[in-house]
Structures are given as C-alpha cells and as structure tokens.
Ligand binder design. Structure first.
Ligand SMILES: [Zn+2]
Length: 238
C-alpha cells in the first residue's frame, strides 16, 4: 500500500473520483480520502454522490489492493462521483486515537515499558486499550486520566514523519504496540506519529494536528482481562 491520501492531505474531506469497479452496494474508487480503518480503529464514514443519486458509505472493506466503499444502499454507481468524508466522525475517531497515544505513553513510562496488546477506537466517542500489566492496582491506571487531560489542555503539536523501518525496529519503544503497528510502505518506510516531547511511535491511523483539538476524556472503566491484561475504557468527558 502506498501512503494513504488521508495521510498526505489530512484536511481533505471532499473530492472528485471515478468508479473503477462496482457491485450492488459497493464501489472501488480511483482515489479516496477515506481512511480504511485498522489496528482497532474504525474506518471513516461519509457519502458518495453520483449522477442521479447518493449513498451513505458505512465503512471500507479491503480486498487485496482494492478498497470497497460499502454503501447503505444496493445501488451500483458508475462514472464520476463526489466523495465526502464525514468530518465529525473523523474528528471523534482522530481525537480518541491521538489521546490513546498519550495514554499509552503514560502507561509505558509509569509501568516500565508495558506494551499494548489490543486497542479499539469507535465512531461513537468511546475506545479502549489493553495493556500487558500483570500486577497493577487499577486505581493507578484510572489516575492517568489527569495527566492525559493536561496534555490535551496544553495543546501539544502532533506530527507524522516517515523513517526507515530498519532503523525504527532497533529504536526502543518506537514500535511499541504488540498488534497495532502498520506495515512499512513498499520502499521500507514506517510512519511515525510524534507527539512533541510525549510520545513517538509507529502508527497508520488518523490523528489530530494538535492534542488541544480534542475534548477532555474520562477513563470510564478498568477491567482485568485474564492474568496479564488490563482493559482501560475511555470516552469523551461530559
Ligand atoms: Zn495512532
């Protein structure tokens, strides 16, 4: 997979495209600003408008190198279309996803390099992260909401950079999660999300340009999942 259009142009929410393959209720487009999801993050949603109709896009299904935009209708669009990404949905997901990096950073430093074992960022303003933390008081995890919200309040810059995958693999902490790191690009580059002074890790998801663009979060629940794992659930506060 080449670099995603939504990574190259994170503020692109509307554009023209051509249908290159279709079946009832699904299309493959010549280009798309949709993020396909992955690593626990849901895909973008939005709409596609074609000559004589329009349909809601409920998600993306990847089949080889084709991204099927799944429609809420059984239409079979063709020709030129207008692609519209739901900006509110993108913002909710990117906010919680960016904040999950901040939470991850505090867990990593508080608990001596504890790794992520799973993550889920939903479109409804909720998410969770699972950490490999065998012997931890759950109240210590709940207490991390305060420093996470401090980082949101401070408005810290978030940049994406591409590094050599071979270098990244030997940099401690960079490819931190056990399950969510994206594959390198064909030319061996890994996308790194750098939250200035807070966190730096490989990730292929959607993120804010500044932590201050997120609403504050609450840690809504901490659960024990097996002997080793703690599941931390979070959501926008208020
Ligand atoms: Zn990320």
């Amino acid at each position: 997979m080449a670099i995603y259009l939504c990574h190259e142009q994170p503020d692109l929410y509307e554009h023209e495209a051509t249908v290159i393959e279709s079946r009832p209720g699904a299309v493959v487009l010549s280009r798309t600003a949709f993020h396909p999801g992955g690593g626990g993050q849901v895909s973008d949603v939005g709409t596609i408008e074609w000559n004589g109709g329009a349909g809601a896009v409920t998600g993306i299904e990847i089949e080889g190198d084709r991204w099927w935009h799944m429609l809420a209708t059984d239409d079979t669009p063709s020709g030129d279309v207008r692609v519209v990404v739901d900006a509110d949905h993108r913002l909710r997901v990117a906010s919680l996803h960016t904040t999950s990096h901040v939470l991850n950073a505090f867990v990593f430093s508080e608990f001596h390099g504890a790794l992520v074992t799973g993550a889920q960022i939903n479109g409804d303003g909720t998410g969770r992260m699972d950490f490999d933390l065998p012997d931890v008081d759950n109240d210590r995890l709940r207490a991390l909401a305060d420093p996470v919200n401090d980082v949101i309040k401070r408005g810290v810059a978030v940049r994406s950079v591409y590094v050599d995958a071979a270098d990244a693999a030997i940099t401690a902490g960079l490819v931190r999660s056990m399950s969510v790191a994206p594959p390198p690009t064909p030319d061996g580059k890994l996308r790194i999300i750098d939250i200035d002074g807070i966190d730096r890790q490989a990730c292929g998801g959607t993120h804010l340009a500044n932590t201050g663009h997120s609403r504050p979060i609450a840690i809504t629940k901490v659960e024990n999942k097996g002997r080793h794992n703690r599941r931390v659930r979070f959501a926008f506060a208020g």
